[in-house]
Design a binder for this molecule. Structure first.
Ligand SMILES: [Zn+2]
Length: 382
């Protein structure tokens, strides 16, 4: 891409110079994985990771150990806006994903911090499990509750119905999905505390976090340059919707330069009244995922499902629900996919969803996008 534009690395001296370069998409990286690795990338202690994002296409990439560390620091600072201090007890309703992999490489001091974290499944949301979770949480008495908005909303709804009013963390921290006002309202009401939303695209190295003023998300711009662009790669104006394009300043193992994260946001040049000088992103859009509801009472949320699918070699997948006792899994197989994977996945889905729901597979060559051009990975008519 540099050659095609007649550019040398020395032509890039400032964030503005990045505009000389084209946008890099997930497909560019997926189709040229090895060319995106830097020469001698091993010296950066790369950690490989994968994500399904909101479109349901698995995406593998490498990330510098240093970049992971700084992302962690930015995350902890972001949670600090909600009052979190290193070592506070946190209940998490989400997958382990990056955290678990990182955990293996941590020293004893950091492990102590992770011991103060209790994980709750974001996937299985059946009534009896919700009840057990509520009891577990009461005993654990976390200072913070963190997780996907849809999972937390479902849990809060359950607590309200069961009249369990005694879980009162200092704050609720949400991430990974779009947080809707109705979800925020219920979480504030049930947990009697503030809700702090965060945005992060680990692959792009970006992070942005709400402060106590709740007037937007402070972007961790020391970690990554964040641009808001139209489809042609030009930056949009303040207040306009734009694709979030990220340049990670620390991932030397697999440089992501002007990388289209697949998310949409709106930036603002206003200064936050909290006094923090990090610039604001007013809103994050395009992280909306649907939920699947089944006749046996199980409810599954989008991001939690992508965690299951990311370990299989699918080019793309889509979950379609026309009836509450049937789930159709539409799949475009990857090259290394074998029949046994279908059986394995079927078993995992059965465990997660529970009895009385039929799971049907459909192998296809093409999955058509929605009108907006995005692939929806959950389509529910229930
Ligand atoms: Zn602020």
């Amino acid at each position: 891409m540099f050659k095609a534009k007649g550019l040398k690395p020395s032509d890039i001296k400032s964030a503005e110079d990045l505009l000389k370069l084209p946008i890099v998409t997930k497909d560019d990286i997926r189709n040229n994985f090895h060319e995106f690795l830097s020469r001698g990338f091993r010296r950066y202690g790369p950690i490989s990771n994968s994500t399904s994002g909101s479109t349901g296409e698995p995406f593998r990439y490498c990330i510098d150990r240093k970049s992971v560390g700084i992302a962690r620091a930015a995350l902890w600072r972001g949670w600090g806006y909600a009052g979190y201090r290193f070592g506070d007890k946190v209940a998490v309703f989400a997958g382990l994903s990056l955290g678990s992999r990182l955990q293996q490489s941590l020293g004893r001091a950091a492990k102590k911090v992770f011991d103060r974290v209790m994980y709750f499944p974001a996937v299985n949301l059946r009534r009896e499990i919700l009840k057990a979770n509520a009891e577990k949480m009461l005993q654990f008495n976390p200072k913070f509750i963190r997780g996907y908005p849809s999972s937390l909303y479902f849990f809060a709804n359950f607590l309200e119905k069961e009249k369990i009013h005694c879980i009162h963390p200092k704050a609720v921290i949400t991430t990974a999905e779009m947080l809707f006002p109705y979800q925020r309202n219920l979480l504030e009401k049930v947990f009697r505390c503030g809700v702090f939303d965060g945005y992060g695209a680990y692959d792009g190295g970006t992070g942005a976090f709400e402060c106590e003023k709740h007037s937007g998300y402070h972007m961790a711009v020391e970690k990554a340059v964040m641009e808001f662009c139209d489809d042609d790669g030009n930056q949009v104006s303040e207040g306009e919707k734009g694709r979030i394009v990220a340049t990670d300043l620390f991932n030397y193992a697999m440089p992501f330069i002007r990388y289209d994260t697949g998310d949409v946001g709106i930036y603002s040049s206003e200064e936050c009244s909290c006094g923090r000088k990090l610039p604001l992103m007013k809103q994050v859009l395009g992280r909306t995922t649907d939920m699947l509801r089944f006749s046996n009472g199980a409810v599954l949320s989008g991001p939690s499902l992508t965690l299951i699918f990311k370990d299989f070699d699918f080019k793309q997948f889509q979950l379609v629900q026309d009836r509450d006792d049937l789930l159709l899994v539409r799949v475009i197989k990857g090259e290394t996919y074998v029949d046994d994977d279908t059986r394995r996945l079927q078993k995992i889905l059965e465990d997660v969803i529970g009895e009385g729901v039929e799971i049907r597979f459909e192998f296809v060559d093409f999955i058509s996008p929605t009108k907006s051009g995005k692939w929806k990975f959950i389509i529910s008519h229930v």
